[in-house]
Design a protein around this ligand. Structure first.
Ligand code: E4P
Length: 218
């Protein structure tokens, strides 16, 4: 499973990249706003800055909701850097935009996916990724991980090339459950990725190894 880090914070992106296991980055307008990135010029430059830190795909989201606006924005974003993947919402105009952008060789990430039906339409339009939002579904008493498993099964059965990018991950256990459900990618807060390393037996075992080493070596 590939790991993307779900942030627009350059320090966190650098830290994740330094770990050596990072495959990409996802952003959204909320994450950009959280970092105080505003104005088209600054936003576009920020995407380029992210691409210059990481080796993998960087999702950059359109803010238009009409077809013409989405395809114009999508082409502009894609022209910024070869690593850019254009993030488009799972609405009617978005599906049409994904179809168009795919026909132009531009990679897309269909975002705000909350159902198998939305994922199906995105895959049929040629999306590179679909992003089902686990945490936001869990927040409504609906099993987000179950949706990941259902979409994975559907794509496998019909042999769609679209990758399942599990999004809205809130904690480390979500990552483990994404592995079990067969997600292609998990986009996670850095803290959730680092949480995979947490184990008291690792900490106590390492402490003992070092104590034993120093007991004879000084
Ligand atoms: C990433 O592609 C999504 O935009 C992001 O994971 C949403 O996460 P949230 O539900 O925690 O805002």
């Amino acid at each position: 499973m590939k790991f993307f880090v779900d942030t627009a914070n350059l320090e966190q992106i650098k830290e994740a990249q330094d770990l050596g296991v990072l495959d990409g980055v996802t952003t959204n307008p909320s994450l950009m706003a959280k970092e105080g990135i505003k104005g088209e010029k600054n936003i576009l430059q920020h995407y380029v800055d992210i691409c210059n830190i990481v080796d993998g795909d960087v999702s950059a989201e359109v803010i238009s909701t009409d077809y013409e606006g989405m395809i114009a924005e999508g082409q502009k974003l894609a022209a910024l850097h070869p690593q850019i993947v254009v993030k488009v919402p799972a609405i009617k105009e978005g599906i049409k935009a994904i179809k168009f952008l795919t026909s132009k060789g531009i990679r897309t990430n269909c975002t705000l996916v909350f159902s198998v039906g939305q994922a199906l339409l995105a895959a049929k339009a040629g999306a590179t990724y679909v992003s089902p939002f686990i945490g936001r579904l869990d927040d409504t008493s609906t099993d987000g991980i179950q949706l990941i498993a259902e979409i994975v099964d559907m794509f496998n059965y019909y042999e769609y090339g679209t990758q399942v990018l599990a999004a809205s991950i809130r904690h480390t256990m979500h990552i483990v459950q994404c592995v079990q459900a067969g997600a292609d990618v998990a986009t996670c807060p850095l803290k959730a990725i680092l949480g995979l390393l947490n184990h008291p037996l690792t900490d106590s075992g390492l402490k003992k190894f070092l104590e034993d080493y120093h007991s004879v070596n000084g």
